[in-house]
Design a protein. Sequence first.
Length: 227
Amino acid sequence: MLLLEARALSRSFAAAGVVQTVLAAVSVQLAAGEFLVITGPSGSGKSTLLNLLSGLDQPTAGEVRFRGQLLATLSATAIARLRNASFGHIFQTPHLLPDRTVEENVALPFQYGSACPKATMEARVSELLTYVGLEEMARRRVANLSGGEMQRVVFARALVRQPEVIFADEPTGSLDAANSQRILQLLQRQTEEGRAVVLVTHDPQVAACGTARVHLEKLPLPEEVRQ
């Protein structure tokens, strides 16, 4: 089943009267159960492509469709609802609320989008904390967690709405080998359960976990910038 399709995506930015293209004519197809890895050198547009695919940014040219729906036709509110209901996000920086507990951070997506009964929400949070091995830390504030534990909280939060696609931007970049392996195993398990994963990495060992790959090259600077 094809979930996500991007055709001839390009993204350019203008600064001081100079237009710099960071991504040019990239096409992607993502099916349920697929693990797509985006690789390339720093500045090649990996995170830009991830943001375009997940609706966090809009392309300068080209199109992105989710289940056939063209994202460009959706309002900002509709895209936000789509991300909340169907997409899960894992970033290199956890972006957690340090003054809240682990379980409160995992439950945060339930504060947006369609309503969910409290009992269902609590059961889902408890299930996911057990899944990532943090059930005994549910009431602990995230400020007191290690980096690896924080990233597992982010992983649980990304899954709490049962998304169809998980977007991960360098999720293991700041982790040691053991925690990196744990996160990768959890992501691979999600594809086995029918979810799709899009992961950005510069690490060849991480890239080897994918079932498909898009490799980006850094585009040359405009002449005005090089001078």
